[in-house]
Design a protein. Structure first.
Lengths: 712, 373
């Protein structure tokens, strides 16, 4: 059974839950999904068990109670992301609560000044932590533990001195009362402020340079320092921020409660720590968002509040919180260590492919695919001077170019191509090449996109991204692995991006997976835009604009077929199968002098690989159980070049059946009576003399000169 | 329910840590890879279907190849004379203490060739079952003869079927010096390939290819004592075992085990379809020689890089001859790795010129003159 165009299209839309999961797990925003579910679950549970829990009134009062804890959790979150910890948050909160009351009731300052002064107190206390940790390089845990003890003792000392005064004095200030019990659009003022602060902090952390610096320091302090980030200053600022956030929390608490005692803020540091780690901010640093911290804080808040309302004693609640902290820390450690492995385990998702029957290769038979030895004695050019010339091309002067694995385009010139030079260093892995009308060499570069090399060897970028598919989880706007390209008469560059799920080094996995992960992309130089023309294509590899300029031929390496995509004429926009049955995995396609086409087969289909392609479960287990080096692959050591005509009929083949000279044969180019051969992993460019062909025909002329067959 | 099969096996592999799934051991110590086998020199022309090689007491060497048995004499063993030709393929050889040549003939049985007589004497049945698949034969100093039949269900040329169908129906047979009184000592063995009697005549050594196992049995007056496993998890499939001149053994391993083959052996569904629809040469299975046909399975690590097949690539075929001391401990080894020339070693023996090695995959008889002990 072979795939017709229709069920080819249907197979593209095949859904795989495993695929979805593996791509979801790769997403940053998917990480807090479990805490988020727990949070919703808790709320639903209490809503069902506690009367009037789900009412608006209750929600508003819960929000008012929560906001102050939210600030403290946020402060803790920042410290954890920076790779440290701030155990003194509860004590700073308590001291700022005292300060606010002291400034207001004892010194009788105006409300605005009280707020500014209290924030300053928090900032100064944070600055002490920050100075010790950032500049004196003390350990965050011990340092903040010490400040916790000192500040806690100071608060208790001050409380005993002023508690009576706080209880008897009072001020009559509407502004102050508004801070304590006011609302904005029905939302308590403290919760509204928290929300605004969260938004600002989120943008700061995820979109600003300093936020990235902070995360970088948390991920690796040493690497951040080597990258030129001002680590000491950033750490100092982090603890100042932490202190200021605690101060904000203290102000709201003071305004709401107007009292202070020895239990204010006791244990908040541990509640905050539990909350933040539970939400998915890593204890190891460098990972987390403000929302994760908030999700965790909400869980802890809902839990303690709910348990109290269900009449469960406080010590039980504390014990439960402790257990949760233990579990969260354990999961955090295990998950951050094994996440990569878990994704790796499920990332490759082989699919069922029914390949068309493979034609016979019997040596000496009448089949156009019959094996022969016509490539074994090909003349070797640049032997051991090129590393894997995936594509080869010749310019108008007859100079030979090869795109090599070291990121170069190598040029050979002279009568016997003995002069070797590096024509251009592009980087990435240069693959398919073509000359445009102005003789710029346009190169598809895996890992980078499409680049051009001017006549003088200067490298310029053509394009490196296309439009993103809106419903795909994997961001596919970047060109992952531009493979081969060709240029239409109107100058549009058609190129294949053979996979959006793998890289150059792992592209064999894509063939093993056999899913339509690739695409055909078109760059229009007139508008300088890049658009995906065919999304979801099975490993598109070779691309060639037909002689008449009306269609593009595309080789699908994993389906072992050649397709034709119409870019002009009555069928414009349609895709059809041109060659259904091929004995191997097709690679590059190029024009031949007699109006036909050359096709390189990089691998020969083996009966076992064909069987494996019908058995996705077999391949999945193989990928999991067998070391990568030992996976079954197509027969890549046995090269072959085919010639086929406009109707898709194979005419003749040229073989190196043992792969002595040309293994992993990926390309061929006809030029003035010779055929030049390139190989992805080979150490040479081959050349054979062709009989009975037009000895004046060259590729450039066939595209842009006198030999063009484009019909208008 | 194929899915549950795999799940159950995964669970079993965790619960029974050292069950049937033994990991392929690395080649290290005395088995460290080298290229010394490739430095051996071929003796004479190619001998397609070359199988066993033994040395006679007069210094001449007997070789079996396809249906023929040759005697090699002269300087450097250069002279070949045809000793016998059979209807079936000649396999294992042995020299009986009384000077007769014992030959295993596929599809027929065991032949004893007496130089003084024209017609060989035959042993063609044991326990009522025709001996169609004899692989190796050996004789004890007291004249008793021991032979192994690799499989009763599959002919020797269908050895890949025997492995991939996971058969285990080989036999160990003993008979008297006159090829009489044949009895089956052991049955249901996983492809017993090589058999040898130790130099002191006290123990019988046996290799079982599909179990990657080398065992020893003490010889008693009327049979054999219980099995003693000497090496239970070899890195390749053991073939024949011959005594060297110093009381040790030469053990040929005709192919390496690979992770892919071991994996396919677990994949029943894939394996059954492979057996049913493909020619054995194209199976994922061990091979005497490989790399010549583009329809053979390929593994990713075998892709040629810059024109070279890496020697450490997963091998389609491999050449490995191991020297064992009298206790069965490996002491030295000759390798021909991936991309090498002399693969599929089925037997080797000591001669006055050096070690004579039968590389069946290459179809070459080799002479190795270096040190090997």
């Amino acid at each position: 059974m072979s795939i017709t165009t229709d069920n080819f299209a249907a197979s593209v839309r095949r859904f795989s839950p495993r695929l979805l999961l593996s791509e979801l797990l790769l997403k940053q925003w998917f990480e807090p999904v479990i805490p988020f579910t727990v949070m919703i679950g808790l709320w639903l549970y209490f809503a069902l068990t506690i009367p009037n829990y789900a009412s608006v009134q209750n929600t508003v009062s819960l929000l008012r109670l929560f906001a102050e804890f939210g600030f403290v959790a946020l402060a803790m979150g920042f410290c954890l992301i920076s790779g440290g910890i701030d155990l003194s948050v509860g004590a700073i909160f308590a001291l700022c609560n005292f300060s606010a009351l002291f400034f207001l009731l004892v010194l009788e300052w105006p409300v605005g000044l009280v707020i500014a002064a209290t924030l300053a107190v928090g900032a100064v206390l944070g600055a002490i932590n920050g100075f010790l940790i950032g500049y004196l390089k003390t350990r965050p845990f011990l340092t903040t533990l010490v400040t916790l003890i000192i500040l806690r003792a100071s608060v208790n000392l001050l409380n005993t001195g002023y508690a009576q005064m706080f209880a008897t004095n009072s001020v009559d200030s509407e502004a102050w009362d508004y801070f304590g019990g006011g609302s904005v659009f029905g939302i308590p003022i403290n919760a509204a402020t928290l929300f605004v602060v969260l938004l600002v902090c989120h943008i700061f952390l995820s979109r600003s340079r300093y936020g990235w610096h902070l995360t970088a320091i948390g991920a690796s302090r040493k690497a951040a320092r080597h990258a030129g980030i001002r680590v000491r200053l950033m750490l100092f600022a982090t603890y100042v921020l932490s202190g200021t956030l605690c101060a904000a929390s203290g102000i709201f608490y003071a305004a709401r409660q107007a009292s202070t005692d020895s239990t204010t803020g006791v244990g908040w540091e541990f509640q905050a720590l539990t909350a933040v780690v539970l939400g998915g901010v890593s204890l190891a640093g460098g990972k987390g968002t403000v929302w994760r911290a908030m999700i965790g804080a909400l869980i802890i808040f809902l839990l303690t509040n709910g348990l109290v309302r269900m009449g469960i004693p406080g010590y039980v609640t504390s014990a439960v919180t402790g257990m949760i902290l233990l579990a969260a820390v354990g999961i955090d450690v295990k998950w951050s260590k094994n996440r990569g492995k878990a994704i790796q385990k499920i990332y490759v998702n082989p699919a069922f492919v029914a390949l068309a029957p493979a034609p016979a290769l019997q040596r000496g038979s009448a089949s156009p695919f019959a094996q022969n030895d016509r490539l074994i004695h090909a003349q070797a050019i640049g032997l051991d001077q090129v590393e894997g010339p995936e594509d080869v091309i010749l310019d108008r002067q007859g100079r030979l170019y090869g795109s090599t694995r070291d990121g170069n385009v190598i040029r050979f010139s002279g009568p016997n191509f003995e002069a070797r030079e590096v024509f251009a260093h592009i980087g990435g892995r240069p693959l398919g090449m073509q000359f445009d009308r102005d003789e710029n060499l346009i190169v598809a570069v895996a890992g980078m996109g499409v680049y051009g090399v001017a006549l003088n060897g200067g490298v310029f970028k053509v394009t490196d991204e296309t439009n993103r598919t809106w419903y795909k989880l994997n961001d596919d706007s970047r060109l992952r692995m531009a493979d081969d390209l060709d240029i239409a008469p109107d100058g549009k560059i058609y190129f294949s991006d053979c996979t959006t799920r793998y890289e150059m080094t792992t592209n064999t996995l894509d063939i093993l997976e056999a899913r339509p992960n690739g695409r055909l992309v078109c760059y229009d130089p007139a508008t300088k835009t890049t658009r995906t023309v065919i999304n979801h294509f099975y490993f598109p590899n070779g691309v060639c604009v037909s002689h008449d300029g009306k269609s593009v031929l595309i080789a699908s390496t994993s389906l072992c077929k050649v397709f034709r995509y119409w870019i002009d004429g009555p069928n414009k926009g349609r895709t059809e199968v041109l060659i259904d049955e091929l004995p191997g995995n097709p690679d590059n396609i190029n024009r031949a002098s007699d109006g036909t086409y050359w096709l390189a087969l990089v691998g020969i289909r083996t009966p076992t690989f064909d069987l494996a392609s019908r058995k996705p479960g077999f391949r999945l287990r193989m990928v999991k159980q067998v070391p990568a080096d030992e996976w079954l692959a197509p027969g890549l050591n046995h090269g072959c070049v085919l010639k086929f005509n406009e109707a898709g009929e194979a005419l003749e083949s040229w073989w190196d059946p043992t792969g002595t000279s040309h293994s992993t044969l990926t390309s061929m180019r006809e030029h003035k009576g010779y055929l030049y051969l390139g190989g992805l992993e080979n150490n040479r460019i081959g050349r054979i003399k062709l009989d009975g062909v037009d000895e004046n025909w060259s590729g450039y002329d066939a595209y842009w000169g006198a030999n063009s067959r484009v019909t208008r | 329910m194929a899915m549950f099969d795999h799940l159950l096996r995964d669970i079993r592999s965790v619960v029974f840590r050292d069950g049937a799934q033994n990991a392929i051991p690395p080649l290290d110590g005395a088995l460290s890879p080298n290229d010394r086998l490739d430095s051996a020199v071929p003796i004479g022309d190619a001998l397609p279907g070359l199988d066993d090689v033994v040395v006679a007491r007069d210094g001449s060497v007997y070789v079996s190849a396809r249906t023929k048995v040759f005697k090699l004499t002269g300087n450097g063993l250069a002279t070949r004379t045809l000793v016998a030709e059979f209807d079936g393929d000649a396999g294992g050889l042995a020299i009986h203490p009384d000077g007769r040549l014992l030959v295993c003939v596929a599809g027929r049985g065991l032949a004893a060739i007496d130089p003084a007589r024209v017609e060989p004497r035959w042993l063609d049945k044991a326990d009522g079952h025709v001996l169609t698949g004899l692989l190796s034969v050996t004789a004890a100093p007291d004249g008793r003869i021991f032979a192994v039949e690799g499989s009763t269900g599959r002919a020797p040329e269908q050895w890949r079927h025997d492995l991939m169908e996971k058969r285990s129906d080989g036999r160990l047979i003993a008979c008297g010096a006159a090829l009489d009184d044949a009895q089956v000592l052991l049955r249901d063995l996983p492809y017993p390939y090589g058999v040898a009697v130790s130099a002191d005549g006290n123990s019988l050594w046996l290799t079982e290819s599909w179990a990657h196992r080398l065992s020893r049995f003490a010889l008693t007056s009327n049979g054999i004592a219980p099995r003693e496993v000497i090496a239970g998890n070899l890195a390749g499939y053991p073939a024949r075992l011959h005594l060297d001149a110093h009381g040790g053994f030469f053990l040929g391993l005709f192919a390496r085990r690979t992770h892919l083959i071991e994996f396919v052996l677990k994949e029943d569904d894939f394996r059954k379809e492979m057996i049913a629809t493909m020619a054995p040469d194209y199976w994922i299975a061990p091979a005497f020689a490989g790399g010549g046909d583009c329809l053979e399975p390929m593994q990713i690590g075998s892709v040629k890089a810059l024109g070279i097949q890496k020697p450490w690539a997963p091998p389609r075929s491999y050449g490995l001859l191991v020297h064992l001391d009298g206790e069965g401990e490996a002491t030295d080894s000759l390798h021909s790795r991936a991309g090498g020339r002399f693969h599929g070693v089925t037997a080797a023996c000591d001669s006055q010129y050096g070690v004579v090695i039968a590389a069946r995959g290459a179809g070459r008889l080799l002479l190795y003159t270096g040190d090997l002990r």
